[in-house]
Write a protein that binds this ligand. Structure first.
Ligand SMILES: [Zn+2]
Length: 156
């Protein structure tokens, strides 16, 4: 039995309903997320990712008004401004992201409870391990479904 451990490209097993996706994040966007997350630590950082298709090419870092190490709320004015900026740039919102400064990149009960936005991925950047890890999910019926996320500048 051969089980290749290509975690980043493995299809998630539970994504058998609805739309399956592979989220691609450009290296520049990933670097920006890391900088923002490290700067915010030990508090959670949060923001939005925008792009086209399933490819995130722009990172918006927003203020976490909860100023908490365990949960986040995006500042509404900044969120509206970011969405407006995306529209003007011809981009769509692909993901809502936040950091987990000290825990793995899994959705917490609180994250799930507050995952109201349809048709976006929820991306968590964890600083708990080195190198940092990302987890991406879509939420359907209040359950997280893992989606693949890769950091790459080119699509295959
Ligand atoms: Zn979280």
């Amino acid at each position: 039995m051969c089980a290749p451990m290509a975690v980043a490209t493995r299809r998630s097993r539970d994504a058998d309903e609805g739309k399956d996706m592979t989220l691609t994040i450009t290296k520049a966007v990933f670097r920006e997320m890391l900088v923002v997350a490290r700067k915010a630590a030990p508090l959670e950082a949060c923001g939005l990712l925008a792009g086209t298709g399933e490819r995130a090419t722009k990172c918006y870092a927003l203020t976490n008004i909860d100023a908490s190490p365990e949960h986040f709320s995006m500042k509404p004015e900044e969120q509206f401004a970011a969405v407006k900026d995306m529209r003007q740039a011809g981009l769509k919102m692909i993901a809502i992201w936040h950091s987990h400064p000290a825990t793995p990149p899994r959705m917490s009960a609180e994250d799930l409870r507050l995952a109201f936005t349809p048709d976006v991925a929820y991306v968590i950047l964890s600083l708990a391990a080195a190198p940092p890890e990302m987890g991406a999910y879509t939420v359907r019926d209040a359950a997280p479904h893992r989606v693949d996320v890769i950091v790459a500048d080119k699509t295959e």
